[in-house]
Design a protein around this ligand. Structure first.
Ligand SMILES: [Fe+2]
Length: 345
């Protein structure tokens, strides 16, 4: 049987030995490190994956007690995890630390493995790209917040893209998190999102994955045909979007894209030119939302304009995963929208 590699590019090998003591006891509530929590999931078929984006730490953060009720296996930060536009690095670090020591989030982290990617407001500033002058220092602060191992490639490569594999053969989930900021070129004449190194890595993951479910995090909306009026999204990068769809078509594994950023939530089902069907669950934001009504031929939910987080519920009891994509309320515990997709028999 193939030997599974748990963490593809952010080696946690012997993580419990490598982590400094400071990471071991951040609060009396924390009975294990995040690395240990992730390792505990290595052989678990994930059944509850929660995610969210757009988290202004100056606003109400009490929603953590609501998300906790879902008891997720895994939490995925989908970007704009703090708002630190044009702050000094010290101020950015202070905002990360404020969130990390916020009691309800601390309690949540003590029970839940946490991974994530970033977007413009935590990376640099609104709509910031690869020209951001402090991107390397910002990468270090992000990795500290995420408890990424000090030897992991995520700290040294051009961007914070990562891949994680959970669960046994037949019930295996690979979570791939893209970095859309570090290599972004958003000039009018040259449109780029991932950069060649990240593209090669991602295409290799698509060709070689052994997962039964692919969950791919993109901070920006993937399938919306609208990228106007200041809204960012893959549609504003047509060649990159085509390359993404080509890469997703390299495997027939069930694929759910996660995204955020837009301050409202929707669920989509999209038929790629190759004939492959993908789903997208966009959740935004955790602390603020506005709502917008934009055309999308693949929308399979109402538009949710109130504060929200997302949950993927996965049932592995059949021959393929049955996936319930949910948008849930940050104001009171409950489902705002959901869509069920059944793979296999
Ligand atoms: Fe954003």
């Amino acid at each position: 049987m193939e030997r599974r590699t748990f963490l593809r590019n952010s080696s946690l090998a012997a993580a419990s030995l490598l982590l400094p003591n400071a990471l071991r006891a951040q609060s009396p509530l924390e009975v294990r490190t995040n690395a240990e929590a992730l390792q505990n999931l290595e052989d678990k078929a994930l059944t509850t994956i929660a995610f969210g984006s757009c988290n202004n730490t100056a606003k109400d953060l009490s929603y953590w007690s609501i998300i906790q009720k879902d008891n997720p296996d895994l939490w995925i930060w989908m970007g704009d995890n703090i708002y630190a536009d044009l702050t000094t690095l010290k101020q950015r670090e202070a905002r990360y630390n404020f969130l990390k020591t916020y009691p309800l989030y601390q309690d949540f982290r003590a029970k839940t493995a946490v991974i994530g990617t970033w977007d413009d407001h935590d990376y640099g500033f609104n709509n910031s790209s690869g020209t951001y002058w402090s991107r390397e220092q910002s990468q270090a602060l992000f990795c500290d917040f995420m408890d990424i191992d000090k030897y992991a490639a995520t700290r040294s490569q051009d961007g914070v893209y990562q891949s994680y594999v959970f669960g046994p053969a037949g019930q295996r989930t690979e979570v791939i998190l893209l970095d859309l900021r570090y290599n972004m070129n958003n000039s009018l004449t040259h449109r780029e999102l991932l950069g060649e190194d990240q593209w090669r890595w991602f295409e290799d993951r698509m060709k070689s994955t052994t997962a039964d479910l692919l969950v791919i995090g993109s901070s920006l909306n993937v399938t919306s045909p609208v990228a106007l009026l200041g809204l960012e999204g893959w549609t504003g990068y047509p060649l990159e979007k085509q390359r993404l769809y080509d890469a997703l078509s390299m495997t027939d594994k069930p694929t759910v894209m996660l995204s955020g950023d837009r301050h409202f939530a929707e669920l989509y089902r999209v038929l790629l030119p190759s004939g492959k069907v993908i789903h997208e669950a966009m959740s935004s934001g955790l602390t603020h939302s506005t709502g917008a009504w934009l055309p999308h031929p693949g929308r399979i939910s109402p538009m949710i304009g109130s504060k929200n987080y997302g949950v993927l519920k996965v049932d592995w009891t059949g021959t393929g995963p049955v996936i319930n994509m949910q948008i849930k309320s940050c104001d009171s515990y409950g489902v705002l929208a959901e869509a069920l997709t059944r793979y296999g028999a």
